[in-house]
Design a protein around this ligand. Structure first.
Ligand SMILES: [Zn+2]
Length: 798
């Protein structure tokens, strides 16, 4: 049961990013609550304002428009009919927006938003069943129930019903709302639901494990605000009941304590590792710690993108194999990046080592921030590291998880700046801010002044209420010393590094480092000034050679920011064809007018182009500009690459002037977006290769389609070579049922007289030779398979 006495003391924000109540056992290090950290910098503050002023209102409106509120109104019998939105986890979108709104209201009072949130909470409460069950997709009692829902509660929880996932987000949101506003209306709904779970689940009761983890994190937060031990016990039960008979997709093929590698769906995994850390901290369970320590090592050594993204493959939205880190097809879901921040923050709170904040910071400034546009109203679900125009941000996805996750995450950023362990204050992130921190013998105000991440100069003014001896542990980022990322996955091309310099009151100090922190232990008095100078230079980062997708390539990095080349800044709007020497010198300069103000890197490179009848590439010198990765795709679809070839062999040259490459492509596809993929001269490794763009007709099947070349003038031709796209057995494309080749003769289409049979085979060029014809156009007419679609990698004409 909830106890009034405990809660009153907990109005101090604690759970989301906050300090702890007097639990028996907890993280040895506690974050300084985001409410105590007032950020006023030029980087994060504007982004949080955009989140409050643009993202939250836009996403609230889109949630309404897309049936998220109607689901609750129908469950509450305040709206007729049984129409529901698309997914049984859609309830969580509203929970996450309320969570984001709660944080935002704590940063800045907002009575209008407060009223809106209260009216939504009233609707949610009305949709709750009398015993606490809250899941609109069952309560609405649709005539045709969603296929993911069983006939009874929890029946399909281990598969896809997401009943406990909805509860987990409900708990997180309700705790955030309570902590931010002090109001109980949402928390009481959450308590009623959590009490139901306590009654229904446990040894001798229901033993289904959560199909999509997060209820574990939610329950530990509920435990923190209410002090109800049963919530913590249930969180532990939900971890222990997992495996070994389930599926690796949701980390249920082994007991959680027997898992030592990252596998399966990346968001589920990151939430589970976070939940394991929470329960380990609150119970002292060492075997959870051993498991997540090993898994963390597996991720940073084998499965982490340079952007901090995790979950390499769209196949199951999952971690790939070791070193499987494709760039153009990278999944790196925004939710997984957010989960990675949650998890690494917990790992730091457990171990006090800055290497976890190195991963957190990398993710935050790169693969997480890329998930939202600078305007705040366009989003990425996957965050690829290379593009050939096929990626574009979207205002909404029918599966809106990433959008609402971003909405709730951004206003919580200040909660990651500081942490403390009694008299030790950890300075983890650098952003201009003013913060008030309670220490055992008093209080200290810390003021940061910096232009980070563009400058490595950080000024911290220390203002204890009274002169006091305590320790400041100032993080020396890995990027400022020798290791861009902890582990063996990435290294700087140049070993030379300028030293990190710390001055106190204008005088250089020698300092010891411990677990990646400069330890500054002294008697501090009001107005003491620390100046930290981190050597922020443009670096070239190399990947472990086992990552084949990054071979003979480097990535630009400057401080915590990973860079990319994007079309709009470079010649002919192309970047895939660019090669830059490994020793090229670079310049960095701040451009206030570009992409809301970014530091830009410029250098010299060459563009490459294929030639007819020789493998040698044609090269032309050109200037090259790189921008921060997080800011790409704010100027429409474009070419983009993070990993830049330093060897011509790794480049993707412009096509040679062949009949095909100089032709105009048309097809039976409505969109022309994929047409040019068939003449770009990128050779696929096999039919299922999705490294480079290809043309496909999915989701069409069993229909007759065409693709056509109109030549640049009249040509005499006698051969066609086509390489089919086929992503079986998992994907929806197979080699076609049949095809025919026609040429244009006096305005009519005439079939060629073939001298070899029409071959249809995977993983190779299908060559068709025919009696020579003189013509201006050819057309392939393709019969799609009965149950699948088809696609084309390349089509050449001779
Ligand atoms: Zn997502």
């Amino acid at each position: 049961m909830y106890k009034k006495g405990i809660c009153a003391g907990l109005l101090l924000p604690l759970a989301m990013a906050g300090t702890a109540p007097a639990q028996k056992r907890d993280y040895p290090i506690q974050p300084v609550a985001f409410t105590q950290v007032h950020v006023n910098d030029h980087f994060w503050e504007p982004k949080m304002e955009v989140n409050t002023n643009v993202t939250i209102p836009a996403i609230l409106a889109l949630c309404k428009k897309n049936g998220r509120v109607d689901n609750f109104l129908r469950a509450a019998k305040k709206l007729d009919g049984d129409k529901l939105s698309e997914f049984p986890f859609d309830d969580t979108d509203l929970y996450k927006v309320i969570e984001g709104a709660s944080y935002a209201m704590q940063v800045k009072k907002n009575p209008l938003l407060d009223r809106q949130v209260d009216s939504l909470i009233a609707i949610i409460g009305a949709a709750q069943e009398p015993d606490g069950y809250l899941y609109t997709f069952r309560t609405v009692n649709a005539k045709t129930p969603h296929p993911w829902i069983g006939a009874h509660r929890w029946e399909k929880e281990e598969e896809l019903s997401h009943e406990l996932y909805n509860s987990g987000h409900l708990f997180e949101s309700a705790v955030a709302h309570y902590v931010s506003t002090g109001k109980r209306n949402f928390l009481d709904i959450a308590i009623k639901n959590a009490d139901l779970l306590v009654r229904e689940f446990g040894p001798g009761k229901h033993t289904e494990y959560p199909g999509h983890q997060i209820v574990e994190i939610g329950l530990t937060k509920m435990y923190r605000v209410t002090g109800n031990q049963k919530y913590l016990d249930l969180a532990k039960f939900f971890l222990d009941v997992r495996g070994p008979k389930g599926d690796p997709y949701n980390q249920a093929d082994k007991k959680v304590v027997d898992q030592h590698e990252a596998e399966g769906h990346a968001v589920r995994a990151a939430y589970m590792y976070t939940g394991m850390a929470d329960v380990a901290a609150l119970t002292g369970n060492q075997s959870y710690l051993n498991a997540i320590d090993d898994i963390w090592g597996d991720v940073v050594n084998k499965k982490l993108y340079i952007t901090g993204g995790i979950g390499a493959t769209g196949n199951g939205e999952a971690f790939g194999d070791a070193y499987q880190l494709p760039n153009m097809s990278a999944y790196a879901e925004t939710c997984a990046a957010i989960g990675n921040v949650y998890w690494n923050n917990r790992m730091f709170l457990l171990h006090g080592d800055s290497k976890y904040i190195d991963v957190l910071e990398r993710t935050l400034y790169n693969g997480l921030l890329s998930g939202v546009s600078l305007s705040g109203d366009r989003f990425f679900y996957p965050n690829p590291l290379a593009s050939m125009f096929q990626h574009q941000r979207s205002a909404w996805f029918s599966c809106a998880c990433c959008i609402t996750n971003m909405t709730r995450f951004l206003p919580s950023v200040p909660g990651y700046v500081y942490a403390q362990n009694n008299n030790d204050i950890y300075v983890n992130l650098f952003m201009s801010s003013s913060s008030n921190i309670k220490i055992p013998n008093g209080r200290v105000n810390l003021v940061q002044n910096t232009e980070y991440p563009w400058s490595g100069n950080i000024n911290i003014t220390v203002n204890p209420v009274k002169t006091e001896k305590f320790t400041l542990r100032v993080r020396i980022p890995g990027w400022a010393t020798q290791t861009p990322v902890p582990g063996s996955l990435y290294a700087f091309a140049s070993a030379a590094k300028l030293p990190v310099v710390i001055n106190i009151n204008g005088k250089p100090v020698t300092f010891t480092t411990d677990k990646g922190y400069a330890v500054l232990n002294r008697t501090w008095k009001k107005g003491d000034k620390i100046t930290l100078d981190l050597p922020m230079e443009t670096e070239k980062v190399l990947a472990n050679p086992k990552v084949k997708d990054d071979l003979n390539r480097f990535a630009f990095e400057r401080g915590p920011i990973v860079y990319c080349l994007e079309g709009p800044d470079n010649r002919d709007s192309l970047v895939q064809n660019i090669v830059i020497d490994k020793n090229a010198t670079t310049q960095a300069s701040y451009n206030a007018g570009l992409l809301k103000g970014v530091e830009v890197i410029t250098t010299a490179g060459v563009s490459t182009k294929r030639q007819v009848n020789t493998d040698a590439l044609l090269t032309t010198a050109q200037p090259v500009t790189a921008i921060p990765y997080y800011a790409w795709a704010n100027r429409g679809p474009s070419e983009m690459t993070v990993w830049i070839p330093y060897e011509q062999s790794a480049a993707s040259p412009k096509p040679a002037p062949t009949i095909a490459s100089q032709s105009r492509v048309t097809s039976s596809l409505k969109s022309t977006r994929m047409n040019n993929a068939i003449k770009d001269q990128y050779e696929p490794a096999d039919s299922k290769d999705n490294t480079y763009p290809y043309l496909h007709w999915w989701p069409k099947k069993n229909s007759t389609e065409f693709v056509q070349y109109d030549f640049n003038g009249e040509q005499t031709i006698s051969q066609s070579k086509v390489y089919w796209f086929d992503d079986g057995p998992w994907g929806g494309c197979r080699i076609p049922a049949s095809y025919k080749l026609y040429y244009k003769k006096d305005g009519d289409w005439v079939e060629v007289k073939n001298t070899t049979p029409y071959e249809i085979a995977k993983d190779k060029y299908n060559v068709l030779t025919f009696e020579p014809v003189k013509t201006t156009a050819v057309k392939m007419v393709i019969q799609l398979p009965v149950d699948n679609s088809a696609g084309i990698h390349e089509w050449a004409i001779k």
